[in-house]
Design a protein around this ligand. Sequence first.
Ligand code: CO8
Length: 258
Amino acid sequence: MAYENIRLETEDAIAILTIDRPKALNALNSKTLQELESAFNSLPATARALIITGGGDKAFVAGADISEMASISAAQAREFAALGHRAFATLEQLPIPTIAAVNGFALGGGCELALACDLIYASEKAKLGLPEVSLGVIPGFGGTQRLTRVVGKMRAKELVFTGERLDAAKAKEIGLVLDVLPADQLLAHCKAVAGKILKNGPLAVSQAKRVIEFGADQDLRAANELERQGFAVLFGSEDQKEGMKAFLEKRAAGFTGK
Ligand code: CO8
């Protein structure tokens, strides 16, 4: 499918998705959200990791598109929010690891997009925040819930109530981003992290993601049961046999994802 507002490339089993509307600081209008949902549903079968970043040199994504939202009704807002939730849930549930390379402003829906990724790295010039209350609304693409799970309830309330924009260093201090890189090294760093992951058994990485993701919303007993099931399932895979055999034979494993 040809996209207007996003670009999707693949490099060595890493899919790189760029949100590319730099004139509007990559703001998410309906068309862009639809393209994202479609891209997440149809990534190339060869992609074993996904990196998301923003086009241009200023923004990751500066939020949902305010010019589109300014005059919509409550019913249309529900539809718009549902579209964002659907796209981001699809992203969150991808069976491959996902990395947000936050190269500039990640505000509102942009911060929420990053939060739906597994890992977030930021450039030194990134600014992150959920400024929706300054527009008279609240985050509508999962930000109130995902931010709370990442930084804790009180810090999430502080960020959402004040709408404050954090610089990258502060975002790292509170655990909202993992590491801060010079702007020209951000993408290379994300590719290197993806590269490390790619050396491991793809089924194991996928299973690890699944049990962490689903386990985080359950009590410890149920979550540990998920882990037990995931662990056992992997013993039916060729990758488990190859991984352990390679260790015993003192050689690198050749995983096939089967
Ligand atoms: N939507 C639409 N256009 C935008 C957005 C946006 N979120 N952000 C920037 N733009 C546009 C500007 O209007 C401007 O366009 P133009 O050149 O035509 O005037 C262009 O991008 C460049 O922006 P600025 O001139 O403002 O650039 P600055 O460097 O001066 O400022 C900022 C950069 C600080 C990022 C500033 O643009 C800004 O504050 N943007 C808005 C940030 C924001 O409030 N984001 C949250 C939006 S609300 C949201 O995301 C809710 C999500 C849930 C929705 C649920 C739906 C129901």
